[in-house]
Design a protein around this ligand. Sequence first.
Ligand code: NAD
Ligand code: IPM
Ligand code: MN
Length: 366
Amino acid sequence: MTTNSLLILPGDGIGPEVMTEVRKVIGWFDGRGMSFDVSEDLVGGCAYDAHGTPLHDDTMAKAQEVDAVLLGAVGGPKYDSLDFSLKPERGLLRLRKEMDLFANLRPAQCFDALADFSSLKKDVVAGLDIMIVRELTSGIYFGEPRGIVTEGNERVGINTQRYTESEIARVARSAFELARRRGNKVCSMEKANVMESGVLWREVVTKIGAEEYPDVALSHMYADAGAMQLCRWPKQFDVIVTDNLFGDLLSDAAAMLTGSLGMLPSASLGLPMANGRPKALYEPVHGSAPDITGQGKANPIACILSFAMALRYSFDAGDEATRLEKAVEKVLADGLRTADLLGPEGGSPVSTGEMGDAIVAALDAA
Ligand code: NAD
Ligand code: IPM
Ligand code: MN
């Protein structure tokens, strides 16, 4: 039996709380036809507290070696006044950059049991299944020049949007490949009307589409109009491919189509390693949620579904991934709700731990 190596980085805030539930799920799969070698380390504010850096070099080296990294969340108000280079978020950005995880897959699926709960009408979201592919290692997040400089008698904050043709081409190929295994449609979003990087983006995506994926239907949208269409009629989309910053915004917006930010998983994939598996990091789309930390209120589903993506994309275990997704679906259909999945009229929420236990029990029953 292949042993799957997994580095767990729970991070800050609710990160460790949701990761405790994922550990229960990993424990369930371990020994049932699969074997995991799990190690754990620090990232973000907790790494800064221990080592004075949001990501220790040893942790970075470990991340490069394992089959997959699973991360909870980083950040929190305690670290707001730190120097920019030491902020918890820098630890996560370093992992993404040094592992070269250029394709960030952010699926937004509306489970039937939650169709009533979305802030949009049930008909608009029921059955929704879209995939946002966000470029993750370039663009304005990493472009130079950047910084805060003094010009004359005032300061100027600078960030630079920058994309090379090859950076656009590789993430476009990821999107087209995914589309072939889904609804065969790609919508590319940029702002070619105002940004040169958007003009190049559109040109490169169009060329790759025409030359390599003529069977996939390709369309283009300005990202602002795309945000509007995502709320108006999200089911028109299959795969959306977009840059780093637009992808960040559009995926948080897409979270509300599914009911809660606590539902959205992600996979960040890079190039294949020597064993054929892609470099990979899995994490929920949400952050450390300081407002609910330590209260047992966090929804662990986004992190659990991120592990399901690890089963599918890193561990060659598509059937097991589907089984886990079905267990989540069943628990929701049974009416279990963490507090984020209840409306203003309330109801009785289950705790983070109760939700995790119920999902493990549903795995048993499946
Ligand atoms: P956030 O995602 O942490 O929280 C936004 C809102 O969603 C909050 O009201 C929170 O309670 C709620 N929420 C988020 N996840 C939830 C879950 N699993 N269950 C229930 N409710 C949930 O975003 P924020 O408040 O803007 O950021 C807080 C910190 O997290 C910041 O330091 C930010 O930089 C960081 N952050 C980290 C990541 C990451 O680690 N990948 C992602 C986003 C934000
Ligand atoms: C996300 C987060 C991160 C981002 C931060 C925490 C660096 O918002 O993963 O969506 O902006 O990419
Ligand atoms: Mn984000």
